[in-house]
Design a binder for this molecule. Structure first.
Ligand SMILES: NC(=O)c1ccc[n+]([C@@H]2O[C@H](COP(=O)([O-])OP(=O)(O)OC[C@H]3O[C@@H](n4cnc5c(N)ncnc54)[C@H](OP(=O)(O)O)[C@@H]3O)[C@@H](O)[C@H]2O)c1
Length: 257
């Protein structure tokens, strides 16, 4: 039996990872802030799949929260075999519309927490000679898109570099880069989604499944859908100035679109 720790497990892509991994028989450590929701999720996954599901309520925008999760990842007696760094959020509005406090909170959750948790997990995994880390980034990493895109670009670069450094150690690292996924993300940020065409939306369960398949294949970056693979290929041919004009508008406006 192996154990997976998922941050942001209670909704969206994290919840899809939890469902998939529980169905495959993995025990889970579920991490988010809302303890009531975490407990309900743990009970449901335990009852449905017969797996053990621990809960760990932690705010990854806070040092204490990051430390608590890092400590769990470093517990040599109860090893974690797979870490899914998934917790994240969007801020409504373009650069200078968003408060500095919110920008810094994003960098804390998307970058600092990912660095510290990946390191805590990878160190313990390297000692055992096996393990995996999936860092959930976004296709926004590949286009100009404010602090969100920049934070996800950091996740991709960091993960690819760490994967190279740990090659041969038995520890696999992969950045997962989905496009738009139907989750609570946009509603939580108060972003309208009316301008996003239907065909661009991905299903969270399919994203999690494709991500795990790509990790098993040994990829260090995964774009888990053929439509977005093609789009990202095409984006390389579009001048960056023009690309910035398109991507800075999509899904970031105030109010409904
Ligand atoms: N949806 C998309 O279109 C999309 C596309 C590409 C990439 N992504 C990325 O996918 C990841 C998951 O997003 P999602 O769409 O699944 O979002 P979601 O449905 O809003 O779920 C976010 C999850 O993260 C947790 N969370 C948020 N802030 C946290 C914090 N400070 N500390 C601990 N947990 C926190 C939430 O639980 P609590 O509120 O209880 O903490 C929840 O479980 C994010 O990294 C996002 O950037 C999303």
């Amino acid at each position: 039996m192996t154990t997976a720790l998922i941050t942001g497990s209670t909704a969206g892509i994290g919840a899809a990872f939890a469902r998939r991994l529980a169905a495959d028989g993995h025990d889970l450590v579920l991490v988010a802030r809302d303890i009531v929701r975490l407990r309900e999720q743990a009970t449901e996954l335990h009852d449905r799949h017969g797996i053990e599901a621990e809960v760990l309520s932690a705010d990854l925008a806070d040092d204490k929260g990051i430390e608590a999760v890092a400590e769990r990842l470093g517990d040599r007696k109860n090893p974690v075999d797979l870490l899914i760094n998934n917790a994240g959020f969007g801020n409504k509005g373009r650069y200078l519309d968003v408060s500095m406090a919110d920008e810094l909170r994003m960098i804390k959750v998307h970058c600092e927490a990912v660095l510290r948790l990946t390191s805590a997990a990878a160190e313990a995994m390297r000692e055992r000679g096996r393990g995996g880390v999936v860092n959930v980034a976004s296709v926004a990493a590949f286009v100009p898109r404010g602090t969100y895109g920049a934070s996800k670009a950091w996740v991709v670069q960091f993960t690819q570099g760490a994967a190279k450094d740990l090659a041969g150690s038995g520890v696999r690292l992969m950045a997962l880069c989905p496009g738009f996924v139907r989750t609570e993300f946009h509603e939580r940020a108060g972003m309208g989604t009316g301008s996003i065409p239907n065909w661009m939306w991905l299903d969270a369960d399919k994203v999690a499944e494709a991500g795990l398949a790509d990790l098993a294949r040994g990829k260090s970056v995964s774009i888990p859908d053929p439509r977005y693979k093609a789009l990202m290929g095409a984006a390389k041919l579009v001048p960056r100035g023009m690309l910035g004009g398109i991507t800075s508008r999509t899904g970031r406006k105030y109010g409904p679109q």
